[in-house]
Design a protein around this ligand. Structure first.
Ligand SMILES: [Zn+2]
Length: 114
């Protein structure tokens, strides 16, 4: 399918410019209200349709509303990205335990001496 029209749409949120290739006849039938956008231009991705309808690009749409219908708290996502800490067992703890055991032995020996 060859497209004869290039639509330049700027996202109203991030001001990124997108070029969407369509058939002018298809585009006109949608603009004129003769067809729904998904019927007039079924070759567009959902993100491209959203950009034409609401001026919101796919990235902004996802960050605004999430990929699911349920709007999750965006803070949850940020926390996940920051949670790169790794739990590493501290070998020093074992040494301390050994040291404590040694100390106890010493105490017991001292008690015996008294
Ligand atoms: Zn955007």
């Amino acid at each position: 399918m060859e497209f004869d029209k290039e639509l330049e749409k700027e996202c109203v949120h991030c001001q990124k410019e997108f070029v969407i290739q369509v058939n002018e006849a298809d585009y006109d039938s949608w603009v004129d209200g003769k067809a729904l956008i998904q019927d007039a231009m079924p070759y567009l991705t959902p993100g491209q349709r959203e950009l034409l309808i609401s001026g919101t690009c796919d990235d902004c749409w996802n960050s605004l509303f999430g990929s699911n219908d349920e709007v999750e708290d965006e803070n949850d996502i940020e926390i996940d990205e920051e949670a790169e800490w790794e739990w590493e067992p501290e070998e020093d703890e074992n040494d301390e335990i050994h040291n404590l055991e040694d100390d106890e032995d010493n105490d017991i020996e001292q008690v015996d001496e008294e």
